[in-house]
Design a protein around this ligand. Sequence first.
Ligand code: CTP
Ligand code: MG
Length: 160
Amino acid sequence: MADLMNTAARSLWYILPSYVANMTPVLLGGGKPLDLNRRFVDGRRILGEHKTVRGFLSGVITGTLVGCLQGRPVSGFLLALGAMIGDAFGSFLKRRMGIEAGGSAPLLDQEGFLVFSILLAYAFEPLNWDAILLLLVVTPFLHKGTNVIAYRLGLKGVSH
Ligand code: CTP
Ligand code: MG
């Protein structure tokens, strides 16, 4: 039990910049879309209207700031950048599957940002496999929780 608490604390501390980055665009996003309104070869939008330049940059900045406060600025930046790239890549895959912007794609919506965060930051700051596993299990629930709160507060149109 003490082991589990230790792993939980370690993994949450590790991933905090990524979580903050991922939540930021809901509050600060909007404006020019990241794909500049362009379409892919399948005729659908590359990323869609919901991935914006401001959302992407604000996520990278807040996540990096969290990393600075933690005394690990480079990890913070890599985790935040990974989160925003993963989030955008998730949207890219959703559009290719014909899912409209804002539509749900289970697992991809909740874990895409997480996987990319770890991929980008791992070489610079490794994380044990038990901690990674715990994050993969816990994140969908935390994601659902924060989305329900954002929905209730009227920040988000859908609760997934
Ligand atoms: N957002 C943004 N810029 C980003 C990412 C997100 O402005 N780079 C904002 C958008 O207002 C978006 C909201 O944050 O609607 C929630 O993001 P998310 O749930 O990741 O996007 P979806 O609305 O589900 O769109 P998609 O289907 O493309 O994933
Ligand atoms: Mg979504």
